[in-house]
Design a protein around this ligand. Sequence first.
Ligand code: G1P
Length: 294
Amino acid sequence: MIKKAVIPAAGFGTRFLPATKAQPKEMLPIIDTPTIQYVVQECVDSGIEDILIISGKGKRSIEDHFDRNFELEARLQERSEESLYTQLRHIEDMANIHYIRQKELNGLGDAIYHARFHCGNEPFAVLLGDVVIDSVIPVTQQLIDAYDQYHQTIIAVETVPMEKVNRYGIVAGSRLNDRMMQLTDIVEKPAPDKAPSNRAVAGRYILTPEIFDAIAKTNRGKGNEIQLTDALRRILKHNGIIAAAIEGKRYDLGDKLDFLKTTVEFALKRKEFAVPFEAFLRETIQKLDDQKPL
Ligand code: G1P
């Protein structure tokens, strides 16, 4: 049974400056919903309601977002804005969210290490906030199912173009079935000519408590940070790790162009925007084709 999830959210968000100078990158919205809300929703849809957010300096608006706002609720009720009121109450009641602050930014491994007392001796899910996955079965649920089968650490993976391997943790392993691999290697952001494959760690994990010891023994790696990937490589030697290919569409929010593409796709999926937004896109493309000014 996986009952707890950890969402690291302490990073500076330098890839989104200047927007992230005074607000957390996790609060940047895809249309009208902060990215961290999609991630919390994935936990809830996977049956996890105990969530630890690894927070840090300048991240208080994340707490406010999941907290009650009585004044705003009262105002919405006065104005009979029932649908917005219900939406707000849903966000506030989604899950039991705990926070711990990572005081120094020493990397993803160090962020996860902050969860050791909260998670204790239980396996737990980790969801990185710069990935949103649209799928029939939530990806965290897919990983929980794999954990129930193998009782080993589970990492979600996805094939990426070879020129992008230096943006991800990259795995190698031996095939177990159509979706699963027993891991033999994992490296953080290798150069394309050094990558053991083009299967990338996709930002969702089920970790077992051994990870905490492994992190404690892990030296600084890529970017002079304590990398979760390096701690996982340590575990690999003693305990097994399974890589599970995700079933769903992964939206990378790691850089501005990817964020923009995600916003466009999500807008096309939203009932109220789909038709006028598609018309706008077609018109824009037509102008580009005709080489008219936009
Ligand atoms: C982190 C992990 C990397 C993983 C990626 C997925 O990197 O270190 O292994 O592939 O998330 O999004 P980051 O994007 O935080 O640099």
